[in-house]
Structures are given as structure tokens and as C-alpha cells.
Design a protein around this ligand. Sequence first.
Ligand code: SF4
Ligand code: FES
Length: 238
Amino acid sequence: MVLKVFRWSPGSRERLQKYWVKARQGMTVLDALVELQRNSDATLAFRYACRVGMCGSCAMVVNGRERWACRTLLSNLARGPVTVRPLYQFPLIRDLVVDMAPIKNKMLEMKAVFVPGRRAMDGDGFAQIGSRTRERRAIDAAIECIGCGMCVSACTMVSHDPNFPGPAALNRVFTLQRDSRDGAHADRSQAVLAEDVLTRCHGQANCTAVCPMEISPTDSILALRRRAVLRLFGIGPR
Ligand code: SF4
Ligand code: FES
């Protein structure tokens, strides 16, 4: 099988380099890259950690779609050349490795950081939100974000408007706004009202389509928008 792998390092030109891989049963895109790096080209750069679909660090674009390389079987891809390139929307570091700092920076801009509020502590220490409570169930799916960046890569509005925080940061805002232990709801409510935030999402759901954790950042953004509208009419929570 032919793999066309994106290559770039500072000072060089972007190119797709062709490699030949003998695809074995059960071989993933990550297995193929590791094999190439070990046996053919030690200069090939890519990132991975867990190798079992937990950490998200192997996120890349394979045959035009964001995927985690360690969970993508070569046998499930088209028989023609398999194209592998880095995530879109992130600064390149080298080959398939991108700088993930924009996710953290957008979260900081949106104040998507837990701030202990009045209900953060109870008599026994840090307050717990029971797994069966309504509060927890409302955010159950959304808190599973592993920060892989696939949703950001797939989001057309991120490419269109650099001020748009993007699906990952807004998904995080959603989880914090529904957390009764957090004390910064008002600040975040103000932040999401800025011009380039909630109104920029056009609901195309590309983020939701590629999220490996089956999170729907689209739904999180819609929920934030509903709360913002209710707040504007003075009838919603903060
Ligand atoms: S929402 Fe999904 S796709 Fe986006 S960073 Fe989190 S886990 Fe990755
Ligand atoms: S290496 Fe951790 S998800 Fe792929």
C-alpha cells in the first residue's frame, strides 16, 4: 500500500512523500508510520502516546478526514494511496506534528478554567456532583473531551475567523457553565457575548462529525446560545 505523507520542516517546502508499506491484518495508520520511521526514514516526525485511542495525541488528517491514527485501520481506508497530513488550523512544528497551544489559548481567552465558587466545598471537602444527578447528566458526554483538536481542524469557521474560539473551547465553557461548584459563570457569560463567539458558529457540525469521543460541540454551542438568549431577556440562569 502506498502512503503519501506530508513532510515539512522549518526552511523546507511542504511536500507529500510517497512510502510503500506492506499492510498486515489489523495494521493501523500509526503502526504504518512507526514501521516507516523505524525501517525507512528516521526523520519522519509524528506524535503519539497511548496507542489505544485514549490520549488523542495521534490526531491527524487521513484521506481528508480527521482521525486518530492509532484507531484507524488501513483495511478500512480506500485501496488507493492513503494520504496523511497534520491537523488543519494549528501551527506546524514539523511533518505531522502541530502546536496544540491554540486550544489552551482559546480556553484561557474564554475563561474556560474552573474557578472554585461558594458551592465548591462542602463539609467533607471538595463538593461532589453525583453521577446520576441532573446536573451531571447534562454535561456527561461533553466532559469526555481529550483535547485532541480534531474538531478545531474540521471547523470551517475557525479557518474563516481567527477570533472564533472554536468548538473545543466552547464545549469546555458549556461544561463549566453547568457546574454549580464553579464561581465564574458571570465572567464567562460576558465572554461568550463577544461578537466573534456564539454567533460565528453556523451549526455545520463538522466538529461533531469528527470527534472521536462522540461529543457534540455543536450541541454545546447551541445550549450556550439558548442560555445567552434567555439571559438577554432576563429569564435565564447566568
Ligand atoms: S471535542 Fe472531541 S474532537 Fe474536539 S478536542 Fe474534544 S475530544 Fe477532540
Ligand atoms: S496514541 Fe493516544 S489516542 Fe492515538
